[in-house]
Design a protein around this ligand. Sequence first.
Ligand code: SAH
Length: 404
Amino acid sequence: MIVSLGLARRRVVVVGGGGVGTRRSRALVAEGADVLVVAPFASADIAAMASRGELEWRQRAVSRADIEGAWLVVAATDNPTANASITLWCEEQRTWCVNAADAEGTPARVAAQSTHGDVAIGVVSLGAADPRRAVRIRDALGRVIDEGDIDVRHVRAREGRVMLVGSGPGAEDLVTVRGMRALAEADVVVADRLGATMLLDRLSHDVEIIDVGKSPDHHPVPQHEINDLLVDRAKKGLTVVRLKGGDPFVFGRGGEEVHACVSAGVSVEVIPGITSAIAVPGLAGIPVTQRGVAATVVITSGHLGPDEATRAALAEGATVVALMAVGTMGDFMAAALDAGADPRTPVAIIECGSTPRERVTRATISDASLIADETGVKPPAVIVIGGVALDGLLASKVAATPRP
Ligand code: SAH
């Protein structure tokens, strides 16, 4: 029978301080167990954990009194006879014992395990021990869960909740593993037009998908209605994923949605995403900071045009990354010149980053608006202003030999 043990604050004795004893001790400490290691010699790792107070190390040979009161014992000395006697002591006091040297005769076995959100999987071999094989099977099963290929929605009624998931800039493999797990658990997904929207195609047909990026008359659903929707579905006991482009807290109005949930007493979790502000330039070979070129980056919304902080950054030669700025690009360039920036300062405009429609347009402050007009630049686009946007920066010597 495979049983999951809750070992937090329970005494577990590890006998032996070699490789196996160290690995088990580390895992037990991570689970919050009250760990006692008994070994005349032990690894540097065990010594370090003992000196940090994470476990107790009795630096001597084991005696029967050491295992008294233990819930679980790991016999991992390099001496099979010693392991056998420890196993026998445990048998007599009815304590479960893992005999590391005798995989077939051991009363308990440790599974190769991994956790995936609130699901743990464990693989044990029923025959001879073959740890690498168990790990291989565990990893294959883990991948199936992580890639969202099985339905892990909760079957029993539980309290509804909301997860704000950042889906990254658009490519479906730029979402996080945690984000994928959240999607696999969702009963309802409330989605935008931006980000990795193709992930929606992978959902089971009975998951409710609500597209708030556009309604039948092509206007986005107002924010207060989105907030109400999230709260309403969660209060019905459903697991709701709010899927957003990039990161939920970078011009994503995630803060308002968290606030709405908290005010309504609905539990809400934020799962960060890869923001287009940094990743879209990065994919085009533009580092937003680069030694000797720019040490500060300002991320701004072009919605209202350049504000004071952006003007100051343009004056100082910091990197400015403007989102939602296709319509106000001319204002940004004028503000840069106004602030005394060099008209030859590089500008890069990246449309539809990380998607097959990605296009990179290079210009300078003086001609960016004209070139954008001529090439018909359209949203979604990220505009990068600053030395880091220089075409071929990473191929040039500038990158290799930063200025002092
Ligand atoms: N929360 C998102 C940003 C939302 S604001 C994030 O962290 O990425 C929407 C703006 O993001 C768009 O107008 C555009 O400026 C930018 N954007 C998002 N995805 C993009 C992409 N794939 N390519 C270029 N720009 C993108």
